[in-house]
Design a protein. Structure first.
Length: 627
């Protein structure tokens, strides 16, 4: 029969598909297997409508064969098959889907699985094939037909011979090039891995001859190879089984089989929905942090299946960044996929699934926090930064979602975490604010001079030791109408009986404090008498939204910005250094200047900040001690 040309629009689409629409050539086998599964499904649906016909599932399978000598791969099914008209319609007009038309003709509702509804999957074969042959016999026709094509040039259809209904697709691989090695698809391990990755849960057996080894009968010390037909896919996915049939071991085995992690997951979440959008999902909260979790190389997301066929390895749209540690899968029949089924359309269904999964994860974490605190503490030790980054990210868009999941160590118990709700429940009647202190470690925070007064008053202080902590709290601002306040804030609101007495001292020492401020004007915004210091001579507090710890964090980042907190030097009027300041101010201005600078540098060192001129600092101390 003379070669027939594809229609003009089909030629353009075929060229586009081979070179643009599909980005991963490995998926050609997935598409052919999905089409084969559809062909068997169509037989099943026909038997449903005819009480005189039976569907014996054991008679239906998909067979993969390899001929290395001729460099061919064959995919055979025992499905409904095609007649000449079917071939012309479904293989001659690209993007006309036989599966979609079959659904319409047989009034099959959307609840039934027909995978190939776009009519383009078959042509993904041309990413690896220089020639494709399709031998098929329809269940309703006595004749078999052979369709042949080398791509864009067109196709031929001729009568042929085939004893039973079904389709055999033979792919003649392209020649190898320096960049592309098509021979890899002739290797058993490659085909096995592709089936396992993309088509493991196709409901019919996918069979292939595999090479195995066994001891020789007459020589047990030596082995011989033999060929055996093996079913490559598991067929029934765990998520389609009844939850009551599954054990914890089943879920853990699935976690390990899918290589979601090398640890034992802390929790699994098996959920399904059947309503506006239908889906089933199994998600896991790992017990260990992936080694690259906080790097650019890490990709969050869940595996996405459509009717048991893997569509995406990592669908990032299904998880918010703050739950990026969650791994697992989602299978849905209702997703609107794009023409290649490789990526999703950004549609309402996807957003709805993501929203519900997000709510499910939040609820499971909340339940773990309330009912299995030890497990939640383990989770929080590993993934707390992700939650806190979630509060800080997007200008606090998700703060209400996450504020009850974050915890901190505190002055009440530095070994255990406390939630914000627990902290507020313990607040004193006269306490107006939630106090926190920021530092590199709990041990360093406990030595901060700014904490002395609050601890003596019996106020609890939250300990912030992660760089993100204070940034997250700045975004959160309040919790249950209680404002967060740093112990290092210059305007901390504490009922202090010493305040009036110190105000008098401030008035008496105003000229001295003004001169100190002038001496340090390039580094601080003010010098004041402190209402909070007890044993320490000085400390640094900060005005405004940028604290001293935030300054250190921001300036440690690889940027050109140099952020400065608005620093205030606080002087303890009960310390001997204050008496020396007054004496030098009245008698020796040179020593007064040196002591002012020494006290400022001492405050810097207490805060973990760098002294700008260590030599001058050392000389000033020497002059004050021995001069």
């Amino acid at each position: 029969m003379a070669k027939q040309e594809f229609k003009a629009e089909s030629k353009r689409l075929l060229d586009l598909m081979i070179n643009s629409i599909y980005t991963n050539r490995d998926i050609f086998l997935r598409e052919l297997i999905s089409n084969a599964s559809d062909a068997i499904d169509k037989v099943y649906y026909k038997t449903l409508a005819d009480e005189n016909k039976n569907f014996n599932k054991e008679d239906y399978y998909i067979q993969i064969s390899v001929d290395k000598a001729n460099r061919t791969i064959t995919v055979e099914d025992t499905g409904i098959g095609m007649n000449k008209s079917d071939m012309e319609d479904n293989l001659g007009i690209i993007a006309k889907s036989g599966s979609l038309q079959f659904k319409k003709d047989n009034e099959i509702k959307d609840g039934f699985d027909i995978i190939g509804q776009f009519g383009v999957g078959f042509y993904s074969a041309f990413m690896v094939a220089k020639k494709v042959k399709v031998l098929s016999k329809s269940i309703d026709d006595d004749k078999a037909y052979l369709w042949e094509s080398e791509g864009i040039d067109g196709y031929e259809i001729s009568e042929s011979e085939k004893s039973s209904n079904g389709t055999i697709i033979t792919i003649y691989l392209k020649d190898n090039t320096d960049e592309e090695k098509y021979d890899e698809y002739l290797e058993e391990y490659k085909l096995r891995s592709l089936v396992k990755k993309y088509s493991d849960f196709i409901r019919y057996p996918i069979k292939m001859e595999v090479t195995k080894s066994r001891p020789k009968e007459d020589d047990k010390d030596n082995y011989e190879d033999y060929i055996e037909i093996e079913t490559l896919n598991s067929m029934v996915p765990i998520w389609r089984k009844n939850k009551n049939e599954l054990t914890e071991e089943d879920y853990i085995n699935f976690y390990n089989e899918k290589h979601y992690g090398f640890d034992k997951p802390l929790k699994y979440i098996h959920t399904s929905a059947d309503g506006v959008i239908r889906y089933t999902s199994i998600m896991y909260i790992p017990s260990m942090l992936p080694f690259n979790y906080y790097s650019k190389e890490f990709k969050k997301g869940l595996e996405l299946y459509s009717n048991g066929v893997l569509i995406m390895d990592k669908c990032s749209e299904l998880l918010p960044d703050y739950f990026g540690f969650v791994v697992g899968m989602v299978d849905s029949e209702d997703l609107s996929l794009n023409i290649s089924r490789e990526t999703l359309q950004h549609d309402r269904q996807l957003k709805l699934i993501a929203k519900r999964l997000n709510e499910k994860i939040k609820n499971e974490l909340t339940n773990m926090l309330k009912n299995k605190r030890e497990d939640y503490d383990k989770f929080y030790d590993t993934f707390s930064r992700s939650l806190k980054f979630g509060i800080y990210d997007n200008w606090g868009m998700n703060k209400d979602e996450l504020q009850d999941l974050i915890m901190f160590k505190s002055s009440l118990d530095k070994e255990k975490y406390t939630t914000l709700e627990e902290y507020v429940s313990r607040m004193k009647d006269d306490q107006k604010e939630i106090y926190y202190a920021t530092g590199e470690s709990v041990e360093k925070i406990e030595k901060m001079p700014q904490t002395e007064f609050l601890l003596d008053k019996g106020y609890e202080i939250l300990y912030f030791t992660d760089e993100v902590d204070e940034f997250a709290i700045q975004v959160l601002r309040t919790y249950k109408e209680k404002e967060f306040k740093s112990v290092s804030s210059s305007d901390i609101n504490v009922d202090n009986t010493e305040k009036e007495k110190n105000e008098e001292k401030a008035k008496e020492s105003k000229s001295m404090l003004d001169e100190m401020k002038e001496i340090l004007k390039s580094n601080i915004s003010d010098v004041v008498i402190s209402n909070r210091l007890k044993s320490y001579p000085v400390c640094i507090s900060a005005k405004g939204s940028v604290s001293v710890e935030m300054e250190k964090t921001l300036n440690a980042m690889p940027t050109d910005t140099h952020v400065k907190a608005e620093k205030v030097l606080e002087i303890n009027p009960e310390n001997k250094s204050f008496d020396n300041l007054k004496k030098y101010y009245e008698q020796d201005k040179d020593k007064f200047t040196k002591l002012t600078e020494v006290l400022y540098n001492q405050a810097l060192l207490i805060e973990g900040l760098q002294v700008q001129d260590p030599i001058k600092f050392a000389n000033n101390i020497s002059d004050l001690l021995f001069g």
